[in-house]
Each structure stands twice: as C-alpha cells, then as structure tokens.
Design a protein around this ligand. Structure first.
Ligand code: HEC
Length: 299
C-alpha cells in the first residue's frame, strides 16, 4: 500500500498501461453514469460499498492483487479501459485474457486468448437482472476462480452486483472523459468507511476488505504528493493508514474508533490535502512534468 519512504509515482497504474497512454490514464477517467432505473435514492450503502470494493485490489488474490489490479483497472469507472496493456494478459491495448494462469490455476485454459475488455455500461452476455443469480455468480467466479481471491461473503457479492447494475450509458454527447481529482479518492474513502460501519458485526472479512479499500485509496493519494515538499503530508498519510489497519483488526470498539478516525481525517488531513491539491500531481501541469521526468520502471 503506502511505501514508508517516498512513493514511486504511479508504480501501480503504469504497470498495466500502454506507454503512450500514461497521460490519458493518470489525468482522466471515463465518465460514469448511473442507470436511472437502478438508482432509487442517492447511492444507498451497498452500492457505494460495492463501488469501493470494485476499486480495491484487496478483493482479488494472488498475482492480480500483488500487481495492484482491481476490477477498476480493467473497467475504469465501471466502463472499459482501451489503454489496458499487460504483456502477460493482453494481445493489444484494451484486451485481457481472464482465463490466464497468471491470475490463478483454477480456470486457466492453457491458451492465450485475450478479448476486448467490455464496457459494463453496455448490455453484455451476463444478465444484470436483479431477480436472477447470473451476475452474482459471474462475479463470484471471477474473484475466486480467475483472480484467486478469497471466497467473498454474500454481502460482498451483493454490494458488487448492486454497483455493477447501476453502471449505465451516459446521455449522447455527454460522455467525455473527466479529470481525475483528489475528490474521487476522498469519495471512495468515505464510501469504504460508511460501508464498513454498516457491515454486520459477524462479517469481519467484508469489514476488513472495505478498510483495505480505504487504505488503497490513501495509497493512491500518497502517489500524487510525491514531491519532497509534501513529506510531512505523506508521513501523516502513512500514519492514518496504519491507524485504519489497526481498527480493522480490532475486535471490540471498532465502530466508534472508525467514526473517530473518519471525523479526524476529514477535518485535518483531508483538508490539508485539498489545500495543496493544486501543487500535487492531481494538477495537470505538475503531472505533465512528473511524467516527462520519470524513467519507465522495469515491468
Ligand atoms: C484483467 C482485466 C479484468 C479485470 C481485473 C476484471 N475484468 Fe471484468 N472482464 C474483463 C474481460 C476481458 C471480460 C470479457 C470476458 C469474456 O467475454 O469472456 C470481462 C467481463 C466482465 C463482465 C461481463 C460483461 C458482460 O458481457 O455481460 C462483468 C460483469 C465483469 N467483467 C465485472 C468485473 C468485476 C466485478 C471485476 C472485479 C472482481 C472484474 N470484472 C475484473 C476484464 C477484466
């Protein structure tokens, strides 16, 4: 998650990004639109928690999780990713072989047969109907059999499926890429924490997964404040992440501890991050410089 000393900027995302698309992936994200008929109110908790899990490598296991891959690495904003490129998995940018032994032995079919990563806003081969088990079953098999993740609880799968069902097409002419901002990471942290709070006391695995999802977002923020002048901020991000891990491991009193952590994060660290966003790598000009300066890390 967060390296103790200076992060290597974007080590994660660039591992699966075509070399000519770094800017497109780090500065922008596809627009996300909700299906009007699927959203009854303003992102009820399972949908918001599902989105947080969708963005977290902790849901997956084995090589996928080690590489920092999440569902969102391939389905950015729940859509597709025309820039996804990992030599072990892709034949061309935007393709992946999800039956590859790289991810796990269970479903490996012994062939290298990448296909285009589908845009989940479009109708596909898996039914999204809420009264059918198809989507939940598909996601369960993806997590466990293709990505070697731990068996997800029913609540985990419900949250993921609830989120996937809301992903919809954007109105014609309103489907432009959006700038990627600190607020995107902060929103997913809020959603992870709210989701973890709402988890029933006995689903410890889901609670931990949501906390891991929040910590992953803290790590992504950390990468954007890589400059030496942000050292104090980064130190505090590491501390906040460690505190969160401890709360996740705790058996009793974790809910009030989580509330306290969140209130403090919003009032203090969150505020400082916002105040310096314009001089971080969320700012397009700073990002351009950083990308021009860095040497491509070995794969
Ligand atoms: C390495 C890239 C990659 C990752 C990571 C990934 N997917 Fe996919 N996803 C694909 C590809 C490629 C397909 C198309 C597979 C096919 O057609 O057989 C797909 C298909 C799907 C579909 C079916 C779409 C349809 O046709 O109806 C759903 C739903 C889906 N993924 C959700 C997820 C979820 C949830 C996760 C995380 C647990 C995830 N994906 C992680 C690449 C990925």
């Amino acid at each position: 998650m967060i390296a103790a000393s200076g992060p290597s900027p974007f080590a994660g995302a660039l591992r699966w990004t075509a070399p000519d698309a770094e800017w497109a992936v780090l500065a922008q994200q596809p627009r996300q639109c909700s299906r009007a008929d699927a959203v009854a109110s303003d992102s009820p908790p399972p949908i918001a928690a599902g989105e947080a899990l969708f963005n977290s490598p902790a849901l997956l296991g084995g090589q996928a999780s080690k590489a920092g891959l999440s569902c969102a690495a391939c389905h950015r904003s729940g859509r597709d990713n025309p820039h996804f490129l990992m030599p072990q998995l892709s034949s061309a940018p935007g393709t992946a072989d999800v039956t590859n032994s790289f991810f796990g032995p269970q479903r490996a079919n012994g062939r290298f047969d990448p296909v285009a990563i589908p845009d989940l806003a479009m109708p596909g081969k898996v039914s999204r109907a809420a009264d059918r088990p198809d989507l939940t079953r598909f996601i369960r098999n993806l997590v466990v059999e293709e990505f070697s993740g731990a068996e997800p609880s029913a609540a985990t799968l419900d949250a993921l499926a609830a989120y996937v069902r809301t992903i919809g097409r954007c109105p014609a002419g309103d489907d432009q890429a959006q700038p990627l901002r600190l607020a995107d990471q902060l929103r997913l942290i809020d959603q992870s924490i709210a989701g973890a709070r709402a988890v029933g006391g006995d689903d410890r695995a889901l609670r931990r997964q949501l906390i891991a999802a929040a910590r992953h977002q803290l790590g992504l923020i950390d990468e954007r404040y890589a400059a030496a002048r942000h050292a104090a901020l980064r130190r505090d991000l590491v501390m906040a992440s460690r505190d969160l891990a401890r709360i996740g491991d705790g058996d009793t009193g974790w809910r009030p501890a989580l509330d306290k952590w969140h209130a403090r994060f919003v009032a203090k660290l969150g505020l400082r991050l916002r105040q310096r966003e314009a001089v971080s790598l969320y700012d397009p000009a700073h990002l351009r410089h950083a990308l021009a300066d860095r040497a491509r890390p070995p794969d």
